[in-house]
Design a protein around this ligand. Structure first.
Ligand code: OFO
Length: 169
């Protein structure tokens, strides 16, 4: 039995993942317009990953016989105007998503829904990886500072990132 309370929490998380997709799409556009195609590609992979995260939850709600209720996705807002500022916002955002995933696990535990807790374990681990990747990039960007040549080298490196569909659950 998939409780109403847990179903609502899953639906809220679907919206949070779709917002992440939308936010990263806005960030991709920021870098496209700055002609940093490699960084834009990095965000394009993020967009696809967030879409997969949302669909993983969406499919799970159906698998449990629940109801998916889609809500409006908020307008994404970029908080800074530099590469470093954008990645600082990404880290802050991923930390927020981690806290949302943890809160969702708390609801599943409160409802004693072991299957849902077990399913969400994938998302808990994924957040560790998401935060770690962004911290690594932030460290590199801090080393780069105002060195435009080094930034172009990073841009070339990030152009090679490819999307690999995750196996969720
Ligand atoms: Fe869905 O992991 Fe980022 O937000």
């Amino acid at each position: 039995m998939f409780s109403e309370k847990l179903q609502k929490a899953f639906n809220d998380q679907i919206n949070a993942e779709l917002y992440s997709e939308y936010l990263y799409l806005a960030m991709k556009s920021f870098f496209e317009e700055k002609h940093l195609k490699g960084i834009a590609n990095w965000f394009n992979v993020q967009v696809q990953e967030e879409h997969a995260h949302a669909l993983g939850l969406y499919d799970y709600v159906h698998e449990r016989g629940g109801h998916v209720e889609l809500a409006a996705i908020a307008k994404p807002a970029l908080e800074g105007d530099s590469t470093l500022a954008v990645f600082e916002q990404v880290l802050k955002h991923e930390e927020l998503v981690t806290s949302k995933i943890n809160a969702l696990v708390d609801v599943a535990e409160g409802e004693k829904d072991r299957a849902a807790v077990s399913f969400l374990d994938w998302y808990v681990k994924e957040q560790v990886e998401e935060e770690s990747n962004v911290r690594q990039l932030l460290g590199t960007l801090k080393l780069i500072g105002d060195d435009r040549h080094a930034l172009l080298m990073l841009d070339r490196e990030l152009a090679a990132r490819t999307y690999v569909a995750p196996v969720i659950g």
